[in-house]
Design a protein around this ligand. Structure first.
Ligand code: ADP
Length: 253
């Protein structure tokens, strides 16, 4: 079995403030298919705050409101996953982490034992940050860093990030028509990691820097990361199931 972590961000999972059901179903179907191809999959899923907002329209710019929305949305998010996974006769499970779980060997060990047990019984672990008691989600970039730590500490060979962008480019493709896809990245330059998240910085806007940080962390720990589109899963399917690298970026040292 090859152990994978798949991370899906809230831009992929939600549309106009509600869960993008078709995309969620496609993701669940992909995971079911991967399990048929001898992959063990751990899912890291954002989306709790957005789902909470569909039930109670609190002002999301206020931290306490965001955390309340996460508390409302997380169980609903999981019940949607449960419903979709049940169509494939798969059980799923919820694990909520505070970012400091990775500071303690004991916590990591307990979490690893639970995850190993779930995977042994063919249950899909679905991990999210415990937004109600954390402050990191705002700075950690929509779970990119969390998913890198999950991949490293829970022995996955590869982290797959399903994003609103289909690959890493030499500059922001949403602003530059001549941006070129980088198929394979072996090293991430210091200036790429330190680039400011400002709108007029031609290289780094959006959440790409947190993805590069995740990739850098994994490459330094002899792991790989694959960045591909979460809107269209063809590239990730080709890569994982047919062993063909058509689109997406592979980060590998
Ligand atoms: P997600 O919500 O899927 O986690 P983000 O929207 O936070 O992803 O980050 C991806 C965005 O980063 C892209 O939509 C793109 O506009 C921007 N971006 C900036 N620079 C680059 C680059 N060099 N390559 C790819 N995307 C980039």
């Amino acid at each position: 079995m090859t152990r994978l972590v798949i991370k899906v961000g809230s831009h992929v999972l939600t549309e106009n403030g509600v869960i993008a059901t078709t995309r969620m179903m496609a993701l669940v179907e992909l995971i079911a298919e991967l399990k048929e191809h001898h992959y063990d999959v751990i899912l890291v899923s954002s989306g709790a705050v957005s789902v909470g907002y569909t039930q109670l329209a609190l002002d999301r710019s206020i931290m306490a409101n965001k955390q309340a929305l996460a508390a409302i949305g997380q169980p609903l998010l999981l019940s949607m996953y449960q419903e979709h996974f049940s169509r494939f006769n798969l059980l799923c499970s919820q694990i909520l982490f505070r970012a400091d779980v990775f500071d303690s060997k004991k916590h990591i060990e307990h979490a690893r034992n639970a995850i190993d047990t779930l995977l042994e019984h063919n249950v899909v672990p679905i991990i999210n940050e415990n937004d109600t008691v954390s402050i990191e989600e705002l700075t950690f970039g929509d779970n990119d860093k969390l998913s890198a730590h999950v991949a490293y500490h829970f022995d996955a060979e590869l982290l797959v990030i399903l994003s609103d962008i289909d690959a890493f480019y030499d500059k922001d493709p949403n602003k530059h028509d001549d941006a070129k896809r980088r198929a394979i990245v072996n090293v991430i330059q210091e200036d790429e990691l330190n680039a400011d998240h400002t709108p007029n910085n031609e290289f780094a806007t959006g959440g790409i820097v947190t993805k590069l940080e995740a990739a850098d962390f994994l490459m330094r720990h002899e792991r790989k990361m694959f960045l591909a589109s979460g809107f269209n899963l063809d590239d990730v399917k080709s890569f994982l199931i047919d062993n063909k690298h058509k689109g997406g970026t592979l980060f590998q040292s």
